[in-house]
Design a protein around this ligand. Structure first.
Ligand code: TPP
Ligand code: MG
Length: 329
């Protein structure tokens, strides 16, 4: 499991720490609520929760600036919340309602935001990787200094199209950060069973792309690595790979009985490396916040999530004439 040791920790203010605490907690509580609504039959179809992985996207987004782009897989709710998309719009999409970000027609895996430069939500494993390079190509062409965060999993990292993309991204020096969210499992297959090496970050070496391992349970380590990768891309030095070691607490999707690992394994990570508890500890032991301050944040987040859930239940189902809009025909 991820050990807290790799990247040097930056100095960080109390306000910044509280921001990360708030952002990670929003994702966690949102995902817990989504799990509940799924259990109640209010969400149908596929639903992949991000619980456990919150520090990855929050740390990476901490180094992004306006206009930077992001694209990811089906495990995408955290990415949407972290780049500022409305929790109500995300939740209403999960429940298939008109107020959802894809008007209730896309569901969990298919949401986008032009405003926040979020390009999905992709159900085909690895498909977002060449698309991410394409987004970076556009930035390079327009010389706008933008960087694209292209997220994919440890399972996706074994796909051929990833390496075709590495080659082209290196040839064209594209400003793309390939973020491997190594949560140790691809559905029911552990990384140990599926992958010939322990680490994946060095797979860009053959293409001249630098890479590094990051502790994905430590938001400050992720932020520091993100800043380094972003600086590399913005300086015109081409792509960068971050292999972020993380862990998902829940099953692969809502329909996963999780027989491939023990409860003890999950429990151990929760107890020893939880990313939210880590920041909570830093806040309290550093005397940056009191228990009461944190309780107030918890309350604020709970309200945001409850409101999102209410909206996702009250928003009507899309009208029948929506069947014929937003399609290629
Ligand atoms: C091309 C393709 N092959 C297989 C699948 C079925 N599938 C969905 S998720 C998944 C595992 C991917 O694992 P990983 O990349 O580690 O991402 P994680 O789910 O852990 O976030 C597989 C095999 C798919 N959706 N697309
Ligand atoms: Mg995985």
């Amino acid at each position: 499991m991820a050990a807290r040791k790799t990247t040097k920790k930056p100095n960080v203010s109390a306000e910044e720490l509280k921001t990360y605490y708030r952002e990670m907690l929003l994702i966690r509580r949102f995902e817990e609520k989504a799990g509940q609504l799924y259990g109640m039959g209010l969400i149908g179809g596929f639903c992949h929760l991000y619980i456990g992985q919150e520090a990855v996207v929050v740390g990476l987004e901490a180094a992004a600036r306006d206009g930077d782009k992001r694209i990811t897989s089906y495990r995408d709710h955290g990415h949407m919340l972290a780049c500022g998309m409305e929790p109500g719009g995300v939740m209403a999409e999960l429940t298939g309602r008109e107020g959802g970000l894809s008007k209730g027609k896309g569901g969990s895996m298919h949401m986008f935001s032009k405003e926040k430069h979020f390009y999905g939500g992709h159900g085909i494993v690895g498909a977002q990787v060449p698309l991410g390079a394409g987004l970076a190509f556009a930035d390079k062409y327009k010389e706008n200094g933008g960087v694209t965060f292209t997220y994919f999993g440890d399972g996706a990292a074994n796909q051929g199209q990833v390496y075709e993309t590495f080659n082209m991204a290196a040839i064209w020096s594209l400003p793309v950060i390939f973020v491997i969210e190594n949560n140790q499992y691809a559905m029911g297959t552990s990384q140990e069973r599926s992958t010939s090496t322990k680490d994946i970050y060095h797979r860009g070496e053959a293409f001249g792309i630098p890479g590094e391992i990051v502790d994905g349970m430590d938001v400050l380590a992720v932020k520091a690595a993100s800043e380094k990768a972003v600086a590399h891309c913005r300086a015109g030095k081409g792509p960068y790979i971050l292999e972020i070691k993380t862990y998902r607490y829940r099953g692969h999707s809502m329909s996963d009985p999780a027989k491939y690992r023990t409860r003890e394994e999950v429990q151990k990570v929760r107890e020893q490396s939880d990313p939210i508890e880590h920041v909570r500890d830093l806040l309290l032991t550093g005397k940056h916040a009191t228990e009461d301050d944190l309780k107030a944040i918890d309350k604020e987040i709970k309200e945001i999530v409850n409101q999102a859930a209410e909206f996702s239940k009250e928003s009507p189902e899309p009208s029948l004439d929506e069947l014929w809009t937003d399609i290629y025909a």
